[in-house]
Design a protein around this ligand. Structure first.
Ligand code: SF4
Length: 229
């Protein structure tokens, strides 16, 4: 099926929210100015991008999903796709331009802020991609699963996901390293799917004090919804 490349995404940063999270105001007006200049630089440099592919899939057993002959092994993914016919594997990135810009920062505080700025740009790119898919394919509620967020779908599963999407380095400049980390670092891969039931991987993840948690941990959810009977 057709590959969609979104390479003209507008970089967005919620400056007030980010400066609150980073407690920029604690450093006074000087820090606020410095942070403001950094955000402006980032916004004029950033070229976030995403690629996705609408695909049909087959089920194999109760813990495998097969897309274009490539197998993804995850019980949670398989259960989440029980009533779904089409899914959207994707890779999104803050973009190499912003990654290269961040490497020019020598000041430790600026390096720290630049990491958070890149996270924000990536998040906004993912929101843009989600809205684009929902509109284009007239979807209702959707959810996302990403390899590496749960033991059930480990980070190594990025390899088959990248294979499904073809040459990601050529389309949006993201390279999957042998360590299964992505380059640029602020990139994310996963599958977006339509769903009636809200789902966040965080519901199955017991990690404490995760700054990126999007939903509370539910210690009974796996047994109730995902365990093989
Ligand atoms: S709680 Fe944190 S580590 Fe766990 S799935 Fe959510 S974002 Fe990932």
């Amino acid at each position: 099926m057709e590959l969609f490349v979104l390479d003209d995404i507008e970089a967005k940063i919620d400056v007030d929210k980010l400066s609150r999270e980073l407690r920029v105001e604690k450093g006074g007006a000087e820090f606020a100015d410095k942070f403001g200049r950094l955000v402006e630089e980032a916004l004029s440099t950033a070229r976030p991008k995403a690629v996705y592919k609408p695909v049909d899939f087959d089920k194999e057993g109760d813990d495998r999903v097969v897309i274009d002959g490539i197998t993804l092994k995850s019980r949670v993914l398989s259960v989440n796709l029980a009533d779904v016919h089409r899914v959207f594997p994707f890779v999104g990135t803050c973009g190499r331009e912003l990654e290269d810009w961040s490497k020019t920062k020598e000041d430790m505080l600026e390096q720290f802020w630049a990491e958070s700025i890149m996270d924000s740009v990536l998040l906004s790119a993912m929101a843009h991609m989600g809205e684009h898919i929902v509109k284009k394919f007239s979807l209702g509620k959707t959810a996302v699963m990403t390899p590496g967020s749960l033991a059930d779908w480990p980070i190594q599963e990025q390899k088959p996901l990248f294979t499904i999407l073809g040459n990601i380095e050529e389309s949006i400049g993201v390279r999957l390293k042998e360590s299964f980390m992505m380059d640029p670092r602020q990139s994310v891969s996963g599958i977006l799917f339509p769903t009636e039931i809200s789902f966040e991987s965080c519901q199955l993840c017991p990690r404490e004090r995760c700054p990126k948690r999007r939903a509370p941990y539910d210690s009974e959810l796996y047994e109730k919804r995902f365990q093989a009977k």
